[in-house]
Ligand binder design. Structure first.
Ligand SMILES: Nc1nc2c(ncn2[C@@H]2O[C@H](COP(=O)(O)OP(=O)(O)OP(=O)(O)O)[C@@H](O)[C@H]2O)c(=O)[nH]1
Ligand SMILES: [Mg+2]
Length: 457
């Protein structure tokens, strides 16, 4: 599975490791290798282009974390980009618990539709233990019904009996009767494949789609057809409302290009992979696991994640120290804002101040308002570094300049400065008096609601 990509990435990273430090030149070289690896894997060109552009941008803008090497950092960036390209989240079937769930399977001839219907029916049975019905709408190929019936028998799931000379629409209408009489909860509709996508096929699918009104239409694609699969996906997706795809024959796919291109082509998630001919040869598509299979660098990825967490902790600890010494300036407020954005709350800093560790209320009280936080950040960023350390020097003309630079007005600047003074005072009191004399809710109001709710409104 994906052997070519695995090998190519392995060699890209071993070259990168050899170069030691990473500069623009060695990065360019690595990007060129990654680009080639993706193209050889038959990943579509637009996907390759955005992939490279994104990792390059992220690599150059990356803060250096001392505990890890630059090549480890890049591995993490490539890993994240792979996950993003594959679809970010794992998505199983869309299920509506209050009604009958209808699933329509479409795709080219021989792409693996009928086999996939059997596999997914088995998946539903095992995972959700629901009452399922299989329906064959393939009236083109005489053996199609028998094929699905054999699969159904193997997993003990019924199929709607065949009636000669019926059209797909007539079959769908007849299935409703069976569904209500037998309290069926899940219905899987298999359709006929075509050699090419032509208007006749698309029209028929449109009729079937409007008759069924499916919860999901799963496009079944043969991953071995690579770029061709992507074209098919685009053609289907323009006419039928495809909600997810199933990539078959991944077991024989040494390139992996279709897996990487498919989300972009269909605009919807890859939900399943077929990894063999047997009913159990089905995998729910997990982007993270696939990225790990392709890169095989799970250890490094978690190492980098850990190091990044530590750096946040170090920063938070540094600010906490300053708070205790009463040296909290606007630079610290700025770091605190970015900490809050990253770590989701003030508690990240508070927990480093003895005695404040357990004041969960403070964080709960800190009802963040993203807009006001962004504005504060813009204001502080429009100050010079010196102004940030010595806010006292910010006079009228400086305020005007800062307001202009941050797209705000002078009274907004005044609010930031006032708020900072209040916070700094509070911090000083905190470090002098100790906690006994301070009401925790006051701190919460100052740091939380103070900044976020009333600020800059
Ligand atoms: N190795 C492997 N073979 C598969 C997979 N999925 C399907 N097949 C095989 O592919 C062949 C075609 O599968 P079908 O399910 O009949 O395909 P179809 O799309 O229903 O074909 P038509 O109904 O003729 O359009 C069969 O021999 C399957 O066993 C898979 O994930 N891996
Ligand atoms: Mg079939």
């Amino acid at each position: 599975m994906f052997e070519n990509l695995v090998n190519r990435f392995e060699s890209v990273f071993s070259n990168l490791k050899k170069t030691g430090t990473i500069n623009e030149e060695s990065l360019d070289l690595a990007m060129r290798d990654i680009r080639r690896a993706l193209l050889e894997a038959d990943v579509s060109l637009p996907v390759v282009k955005s992939f490279i552009a994104n990792i390059k941008e992220k690599s150059l803008g990356q803060n250096v974390i001392q505990a890890i090497t630059p090549s480890q950092m890049i591995i993490k960036i490539v890993n994240d980009e792979l996950i993003e390209t594959l679809g970010s989240n794992t998505v199983d079937l869309n299920i509506n618990n209050s009604d009958v769930n209808n699933y329509l399977f479409i795709g080219l001839q021989g792409s693996g539709k009928t086999t996939s219907v059997g596999k997914i029916a088995n998946h539903i049975k095992e995972k959700f233990s629901k009452k399922i019905l299989l329906v064959s709408l393939d009236v083109q190929r005489p053996a199609a019904y028998e094929q699905l019936k054999t699969l159904g028998n193997r997993i003990d799931i019924p199929i709607l009996e065949k009636v000669e000379k019926e059209t797909p629409i007539e079959i769908i209408k007849r299935s409703r009767d069976y569904i209500s009489k037998n309290n069926i909860e899940f219905v899987l509709y298999d359709t006929a494949g075509r050699i090419n996508i032509d208007n006749e096929l698309l029209e028929e699918l449109n009729l079937i789609e409007s008759e069924i009104v499916p919860n999901e239409t799963i496009l079944v694609l043969d991953s071995l057809t690579g770029q061709e699969a992507m074209k098919v996906a685009t053609d289907f997706a323009t006419t039928v409302k495809v909600t997810g795809s199933m990539l078959t024959r991944i077991d024989g796919d040494s390139r992996g290009g279709s897996a990487l291109s498919m989300k972009v082509a269909t605009g919807c998630p890859i939900k399943f992979m077929g990894v063999g001919e047997q009913i159990v040869d089905l995998e729910v598509f997990h982007p993270e696991r696939i990225a790990n299979r392709i890169l095989g660098m799970g250890d490094i990825v978690s190492l980098v994640e850990k190091a990044s967490e530590n750096i946040d902790h170090e920063k938070a600890e540094e600010i906490a120290n300053k708070i205790q010494k009463g040296e909290f300036d606007l630079n610290d407020l700025l770091s605190q804002i970015s900490q809050m954005k990253k770590m989701g709350g003030l508690s990240s800093i508070m927990k480093f101040i003895p005695g404040l560790k357990n004041l969960g209320d403070i964080q709960n009280n800190a009802n963040m308002n993203e807009d006001s936080i962004k504005r504060q950040e813009a204001i502080i960023l429009s100050m010079t570094p010196y102004e940030r350390t010595k806010p006292k020097i910010i006079n009228g003309s400086r305020k005007k300049r800062i307001a202009k630079g941050s797209g705000t007005v002078v009274s907004d600047i005044n609010k930031v400065l006032k708020q900072h003074r209040k916070m700094a005072d509070m911090m000083k009191k905190l470090s002098k008096k100790g906690l006994q004399n301070i009401n925790p809710m006051d701190i919460g109001n100052q740091l939380g609601n103070g900044i976020n709710k009333n600020f800059l409104k």
